[in-house]
Design a protein around this ligand. Structure first.
Ligand code: SAM
Length: 281
């Protein structure tokens, strides 16, 4: 099956009246070279099962199918379903399954038949970070997803790949890098989308670690990072004050100087803080 057997995306959008809706974070990719590049970045090949959130008119979906994957896609906008049905019809039965619904509420394991899958998505900006947190919070670990290849606003992507002391180093950095390897694939200018968003976008890849390199409880790590980055400019002896164990005790047990700030600590140090909190609480 070649991509050329399907009509151009602009025609699909016009025929089905798919005017982009801001409320659904719709910025469509119509350039099939770009969607093919995302499929390549995700390492998609024959036999892969891909879970796509928000296929919209189906540009990225087409690239994933052309790379040989089977795709299960969840789309909230019912206006897109007919256009997606045309793509499904152009491929053998079972290659594209479209599930109408909200990706934040869907039972992913059920719609994927319990099989492992690669997640690839040009995410709607309004729910992108929430979905990422959902995928990073999967229990047990390693998760059912084999990799994440996601389009975000550059600012969110930079947080995922940041290093200590970078401006973008944040709670999300720690929660992602604790469990996964994050990689910057490439940036895309607003011009690549219809309609163009206000900011540059970035495709990021995340591969789950078999187990976190620095063991601790996820809930406790979430707690200490919330406290530390909640007041990121303050010294930790101040920002960690609200926790169940006195900040000085926590910091001493974790071997961290009390005058350090959140942005200076690496993932290993945050994991030590989490373990110290669990030990002392
Ligand atoms: N994948 C298409 C592309 O690259 O051109 C569209 C990407 S567009 C940035 C985001 C898509 O996610 C839209 O089709 C939108 O309707 C859909 N969407 C928004 N919120 C959603 C949600 N909660 N669950 C599922 N899909 C959602």
């Amino acid at each position: 099956m070649s991509l050329d057997d399907l009509p151009p995306l602009r025609e699909v959008i016009a025929r089905h009246g798919l005017m982009a809706k801001k409320s659904l974070g719709q910025n469509f990719l119509l350039d099939l070279n770009i969607t093919a590049r995302i499929a390549r970045a995700a390492g998609i090949g024959p036999g892969d099962l891909v879970y796509e959130v928000g296929p919209g008119p189906g540009g990225l979906t087409r690239a994933l199918l052309a790379a040989g994957a089977s795709v299960v896609a969840v789309e909230r906008d019912e206006r897109c379903l007919e256009a997606l049905g045309e793509i499904a019809a152009a491929y053998p039965a079972g290659r594209l399954t479209v599930v109408p619904g909200d990706a934040m509420a869907i039972d992913e394991r059920a719609i994927l038949g319990g099989k492992p899958a690669k997640i690839v998505a040009n995410l709607p900006y309004n729910v992108g970070t929430a979905l990422l947190i959902r995928w990073l919070s999967v229990e047990p670990w390693p998760p059912w997803w084999q990799s994440l290849t996601l389009m975000f606003q550059k600012e969110v992507a930079d947080r995922l790949t940041a290093r200590p002391r970078d401006d973008d180093y944040s709670r999300l950095t720690i929660l992602a890098q604790w469990r996964a390897l994050a990689r910057h694939h490439f940036d895309l200018s607003p011009k690549a989308f219809v309609p163009p968003p206000k900011v540059t976008s970035t495709v990021v890849g995340l591969t789950p670690l078999a187990a976190p390199t620095h063991a601790c409880r996820r809930e406790t790590l979430e707690k200490v990072t919330a406290a530390a980055f909640g007041q990121r400019r303050k010294m930790l002896r101040q920002s960690l004050k609200g926790l169940q164990v006195p900040a000085d005790v926590l910091l001493e047990q974790a071997g961290i100087t009390p005058t350090a700030r959140a942005e200076e600590l690496d993932v290993a140090a945050f994991a030590r803080l989490a373990r110290a909190l669990d030990a002392g609480a």
